[in-house]
Design a protein around this ligand. Structure first.
Ligand code: ZN
Length: 183
């Protein structure tokens, strides 16, 4: 789920030993970076147009170096954003396939890897987006944020829970209720 990706990015940044001056902006940037790849649901081809499991990860190395050398809200935020987008793109390969009913395991597309010029196969660790284990992971990440992040990020993370619960409850009915959403 996109909400899991968002709070996973924020949770990871929360666990890093960042200066309190930059922790808030980094967590917010990571939350946004966790959402960003899934904007290709709106434009382009999902899990391909804005998903870069390879290039985001490669870009992250110099960006972390830059943030270390020139520590500023902008450089730290940029590194956190790209790091969360990389985590999201890589994590999609460990979920279900792209087909409207991923629990049928009838689609070999997990996420597109440009370096390999091929789709990475879905590994189904999270069986499908909106599976109970997806919601559980989201809940764990929200707890991490609640214990470690600033208040605005905590509120943002908690706000993802009702959305995640509703999505989990409805996910298996979505292909019938809103086929345009899952196609
Ligand atoms: Zn995605």
């Amino acid at each position: 789920m996109v909400t899991t990706h968002a709070v996973m990015g924020a949770a990871l940044v929360t666990l890093l030993p960042l200066s309190p001056r930059f922790a808030g902006v980094a967590a917010l940037a990571a939350f946004c970076g966790g959402v960003f790849p899934d904007l290709d649901l709106l434009v382009g081809e999902h899990r391909r147009t804005l998903h870069y499991p390879d290039y985001y990860a490669l870009c992250l190395v110099p960006l972390v170096g830059l943030a270390g050398l020139r520590t500023h809200a902008l450089t730290v935020g940029l590194a956190a954003f790209v790091g969360a987008a990389a985590l999201h793109s890589i994590a999609d390969a460990f979920g279900g396939g792209l087909a409207p009913r991923p629990w049928l395991r009838d689609d070999h597309r997990g996420v597109y890897c440009r370096l390999g010029r091929r789709w990475l196969h879905p590994r189904h660790w999270i069986r499908w987006d909106g599976a109970p284990e997806d919601l559980a992971l989201c809940g764990v990440c929200v707890c991490v944020v609640l214990f470690g992040a600033d208040r605005p990020i905590r509120l943002l993370a908690v706000a993802t829970l009702p959305v995640s619960i509703a999505y989990t409850l409805l996910r298996k009915r979505l292909p019938d209720l809103a086929p345009w959403l899952v196609e």
